[in-house]
Ligand binder design. Structure first.
Ligand code: MEV
Length: 439
């Protein structure tokens, strides 16, 4: 059995690679070859990537594609998407093209409030704590002045601090529930710095507060941290058109199609098993843009799914309705994003992707992502309620199967031609390749 290693982080990159290769892989020489083959030829670019995280040994890169023809509030966008799953970019592009001819996507921002909390334990009477909080609140904000000056210049800062009594759920547990405006920054560092300052000021002020007894003076701060649950940092996107204009194929009438989409969304609203997959499809679009723009996909994912459960049962993030002959399909989604800070200026591709998106503000990027999610959901539902997804999906997956079996360029052309008129299945592709090779 491999022994634990001390001081791994102090080893050079080559030493780390040697160690992992010899202790954890069956063919160390080949492991080293694979890892090195993904290093960037440009050593300064590789160094940049090495320094994004710790103990870097290689890069695992993902394909970056473009979904063009997104008309959003009358402006045309080509959306960069970073994702490993076939069909997603094609589906987004198809939905964009479909709605392009119908006025495109309309979007707006519902809110931009970010949240952070100081979680603390107080052994005493709530009324006394409340009086102390009301007296101390201006000092908490004043003490954070040096942290907030540059954010204030950009129009952001601390919005409010509220004392919350959570003792009905956990003995002696209270919070400073803090809200922030962080403009174009995701704001995690800003928020966490402010929270830690609030916590320090709160604790030290309590020690000097005469109305508190000895026990009450000893406020125990458990932790100070931003929340990735941002139900008031919301983007909205919609598409709509007369039902009669919803011609998707000759096999289904526009009316039947519209009604099926509404029914599919209704199912995702009340059935969590379906809602999770429905929302996963939405996140196919959103995560791909989150990654392309260097944003924090874990934060977005956590916040989105919490929002999808806000009414006590996991539910659809999109909505569909038919009113007076008009089909409307829309999404409301919490997205805490940044277009400054983080990787935005550091990673050359992230910088480029933001340029492709016309250097959006965080608010604009929220709306673009909401659109990517809505488009993806529309594309998925359109397939699901008509042909099913496998037909299109397997067609896109064909190239993956061919690559898996080492098909040559000529073999690819021949097999792709064959499957223009045949249903793609894994075994079908393998058989076809075999028969070409036998010839
Ligand atoms: C696959 O990645 C996503 C879908 O399953 C989404 C959905 O079912 O709505 C097609």
């Amino acid at each position: 059995m491999t022994k634990p290693i001390a001081g791994f982080s102090k080893l050079t990159k080559e030493e780390k690679i040697n160690w992992i290769a010899t202790h954890y892989t069956h063919d160390p020489k080949d492991t080293i070859r694979i890892l090195e083959s993904y290093w960037n030829q440009d050593t300064s670019l590789q160094k940049l990537h090495d320094e994004f995280i710790e103990n870097t040994i290689s890069n695992l890169y993902m394909p970056m594609g473009i979904a063009p023809n997104f008309l959003i509030n009358d402006q045309l966008y080509a959306i960069p998407m970073v994702i490993e799953e076939s069909s997603v970019v094609a589906a987004a592009s198809k939905a964009a093209k479909f709605w392009l001819k119908k006025g495109g996507f309309k979007t707006k921002i519902i809110g931009t409030e970010k949240v952070g909390q100081v979680h603390f334990i107080f052994n005493g009477e709530f009324e006394k704590l409340e009086q102390f909080f009301n007296k101390t609140k201006p000092k908490l904000i004043a003490d954070a002045f040096s942290l907030t000056t540059s954010m204030s210049k950009r129009g952001g800062g601390i919005v409010n601090i509220v004392l919350r009594d959570k003792t009905s759920r956990l003995d002696n547990y209270y919070q400073l529930h803090c809200t922030f405006e962080t403009q174009d920054a995701m704001g995690a560092n800003f928020i966490n710095s402010c929270l830690e300052q609030f916590a320090n000021s709160f604790k030290s002020e309590a020690l000097q507060y005469d109305a508190f007894n000895a026990k009450e003076k000893e406020i125990e701060v458990v932790m100070s941290i931003l929340s990735n649950y941002v139900p008031n940092c919301l983007a909205y996107a919609e598409v709509s058109c007369p039902v009669d204009a919803l011609t998707i194929s000759l096999e289904i009438s526009p009316k039947a199609f519209a009604e099926k989409i509404v029914r599919a969304v209704d199912i995702a609203k009340i059935e969590p098993y379906r809602a999770v997959t429905h929302n996963k499809g939405i996140m196919n679009g959103i995560d791909a843009v989150v990654l392309a723009t260097g944003n924090d996909f874990r934060a977005v994912e956590a916040g989105v799914h919490a929002y999808a459960s806000r009414n006590g049962s996991y539910s659809s993030l999109t909505h569909a309705e038919i009113i007076d002959g008009i089909f409307k399909f829309y999404i409301e989604i919490p997205l805490a994003l940044g277009t400054v800070g983080g990787l935005t200026k550091l990673h050359p591709l992230v910088k480029l992707n933001l340029e492709i998106l016309q250097n959006p503000s965080a608010k604009e990027l929220m709306q673009i992502m909401a659109v990517a999610g809505l488009a993806q959901n529309f594309a998925a539902l359109s397939s699901l309620v008509t042909t099913g997804i496998q037909k299109g999906h397997m067609k896109m997956h064909l190239m993956n199967i061919l690559n898996q079996y080492g098909a040559t360029e000529q073999e690819k052309v021949t097999v792709i031609e064959h499957f223009k008129t045949h249903t793609v299945t894994h075994s079908g592709v393998v058989n076809e390749l075999d028969s070409i090779r036998k010839k």
